[in-house]
Write a protein that binds this ligand. Structure first.
Ligand SMILES: [Zn+2]
Length: 152
């Protein structure tokens, strides 16, 4: 999830601040779809108290970070070679669910991996989906996002 599926528009700093404030409670169900609380699931990765063990878990934690507007996590989990200077979070975007469709490699025994997923969202009342194949690598031992290509 590098790019927003909609045409980029300038986002005011106040709008981005409100997106960033959309935090998830530790005991709420994790937004990534795994049957765990946010605090036990992606919240640990966002707080840097644990590292995502697989490319899929990193993908899920990046989806959660988009959903809660955690720009710092999106940047630190991005490969330095492809990392943008900032992430244009759209405050009108409401991420509505993540479905992992396929993975290749990306386990504890690999240094690269891909995750194909569909992320559903609503934006100003319109439902849409982002269908992407993302590429991940280990950088200094930690899984990071490299780049994604739209499947459709
Ligand atoms: Zn999670």
């Amino acid at each position: 999830m590098a790019r927003r599926p909609t045409r980029p528009t300038r986002t005011s700093s106040s709008a981005r601040a409100s997106a960033t404030a959309r935090a998830s409670r530790d005991d709420a169900p994790c937004l990534c779809g795994l049957p765990a609380s946010y605090g036990e699931c992606c919240g640990r990765f966002h707080a840097a108290t644990a590292a995502a063990p697989t490319a899929e878990r990193l993908m899920r934690s990046r989806y959660s970070a988009f959903a809660v507007g955690n720009e710092p996590y999106l940047l630190t989990s991005w490969h330095p070679a492809t990392r943008p200077s900032r992430v244009d979070l759209d405050p009108a975007m409401r991420w509505a669910g993540l479905e992992i469709l396929a993975t290749t490699e990306g386990s504890a025994f690999h240094t690269t991996g891909t995750v194909t997923f569909r992320a559903r969202y609503t934006r100003r009342g319109e439902a849409g989906a982002l269908h992407e194949r993302s590429r991940f690598e280990r950088h200094d031992g930690a899984w990071v996002y490299v780049e994604g290509t739209f499947v459709e």
